[in-house]
Design a protein. Structure first.
Length: 205
């Protein structure tokens, strides 16, 4: 239920923020739906349900398949929720470059602390190429001054899709599995119209 609420909250907050971009999207012809038709379905290999090319076409045409449905859509965002519980999702979001007319398309999984994400650049001639995500921040950027990790804890930092841009997601492991470590800061990469800028804010639960 908590995952469902988080995904619903993501959609609720995201769609109003992107309404102003619709006119621009219609002008240059690059939309989330249009780019999703061109992208490979490799991101779905990281989900329990998976998605074949034929299922992808059905999803776009009918709005749902046996295991996925379109949960929300704007010109710049499209979100696919996993059925039947809608406790996880895959989202595609466009970040438009005001300088050269290109688009960076981020497609990633939602609803789990272990995320995966792909980043693609589409130039004004519609050529699409995969690009690197921003570098993972050092784990010290998430911790308070003087805070140190327990000796038996190993950290990993993932780059995930987030509100307003991308977010860095720290995950901590010990011999028993995932471990909880209190965070002092959140790290995100906000889109400024031309590139992603790293920002560090006090942590919010």
């Amino acid at each position: 239920m908590l995952h469902c609420l988080r995904i619903a909250s993501f959609l609720f907050m995201l769609i109003p923020l992107l309404a102003a971009a619709r006119a621009q999207a219609e002008d240059n012809g690059m939309t989330a739906r249009g780019l999703f038709t061109l992208l490979p379905v490799s991101i779905f290999e990281n989900t329990a349900e998976g998605l074949s090319e034929s299922e992808k076409q059905q999803l776009l045409a009918e709005g749902h398949t046996e295991f996925w449905e379109i949960a929300g859509e704007t010109e710049d965002v499209i979100v696919f929720a996993a059925l039947p519980f809608r406790d996880s999702a895959v989202a595609l979001r466009l970040f438009r470059n005001s300088a050269d007319g290109s688009v960076e398309a981020a497609v990633g999984t939602l609803g789990s602390p272990i995320c995966t994400m792909e980043l693609w650049r589409v130039d004004s001639s519609a050529r699409m190429v995969p690009i690197d995500t921003p570098p993972e921040p050092d784990i010290s950027e998430f911790l308070g001054q003087g805070q140190k990790l327990p000796r038996d804890v190993n950290p990993t930092v993932l780059i995930c899709l987030g509100l307003g841009g991308l977010k860095a997601q720290p995950v901590f492991w010990n011999s028993s599995g995932m471990a909880h470590v209190p965070l002092a800061n959140d790290v995100s990469f906000q889109w400024n119209g031309k590139a992603f800028e790293k920002r560090v804010f006090p942590h919010k639960e």
